[in-house]
Design a protein around this ligand. Sequence first.
Ligand SMILES: *Cc1c(COP(=O)(O)O)cnc(C)c1O
Length: 417
Amino acid sequence: MTNLAQYDPDIAHAIKNELERQRNGLEMIPSENFVSLAVLEAMGTVPTNKYAEGYPGKRYYGGNQFIDVMETLAIERAKKLFGAEYANVQPHAGSQANMAAYFAVMKPGEKLMGMALPMGGHLTHGHPLSFSGTFYQVVPYGVRRDGWLDMDEVRAIALREKPKVLVCGASAYPRLIDFKAFAQIAHETGAVAIADIAHVAGLVVGGAHPHPFPETDIVTTTTHKTLRGPRSALILAKAQYGAAIDKAIIPGLQGGPMEHIIAAKAVCFKEAMEPSFTDYARRIVANAKVLAETLMREGLTLVSGGTDNHLMLMDLTALNMAGKQAEALLDEVGITVNKNMIPYDPRKPLDPSGIRLGTPALTTRGFTEDDMKIVGRTIAEVLKNPTSDDTKSRAREVVRGLTEKYPLYPDLKYATY
Ligand SMILES: *Cc1c(COP(=O)(O)O)cnc(C)c1O
């Protein structure tokens, strides 16, 4: 990247520093990952110059013969990867994918039933500060006191409220989601079943989490979390919803698609179809299980008593610590996690009682179950000894050892001047 470094050293330096930060720390935010160099290369290419409003073969602009090749490959691969009848690869991000899915099947003012944000759901599942809580009448559901979803309660609420859409999926739920049961409840109550698999998409296609198809009507997902592709999103659906979703994306919500990112999504889908991806998905979950067991053995509290997927939620109440403080302490030693609300959190959204951590990014780097034991013990020691400088120095050494053992992008060089 010598052109960038020469022309804009300030930005080049910040990008290089970000690469070093990613290399030198333990990335444990469960919604983050490291893309392959093939995906990274595709993102920085010339399709960014092209306007391609419309769809392959039906564009509003000329000169799209090669853009159509990329987008068609992305669509066909997405359908194959997820076993879907229809795919739209144009949503810019997960939030836009959800907006388009709702827009396709629901009018403003109709009822949306989704998991509440403080219970592990996403902003776009009906939070009052999101478009979803502004345009629609929201019926929330949550988890039980023990942190587990209660499908009988979900069914009772759906039967009583008769929502137009029942959306399932979560951003901070450490257990498996029974997409089939959600779809059955939706259909029993006359709702459209939407599954937002943003977090677990990689596990789903890797066979490490139940699949939303064929029962679910519409499936939305990001492509940058466990799926390990570019920062973007995707909508999959039964064929009957295709025309409405296409219209919801354009002219409904977006203009020109980002075809360089769509090219990178196509690469990501190809990678996710490799047998090695199935192994990756299995290792994410195995690593999360060992991490959870280690943390609990060290006396720390996990919501729902552990994990079945890629993430866990730690309840810090017993340590007399807030999520903010835990996030900052771990950051000091090079471990990145995020503060997060826990179900029935007595504290405030910006100052919650928990942290959320996960294994997708570390698993991409090559971390094993034995490494996760070391990581778990290190996290526990730091959280239990928040004022000890010795503990912090030891933790920094552990982090350094592990990041050197599994170098990130060893051949990638960003020039700076
Ligand atoms: C991350 C996430 C999204 C939103 O993705 P963005 O790309 O950040 O807009 C949507 N739904 C769920 C469940 C998520 O976890």
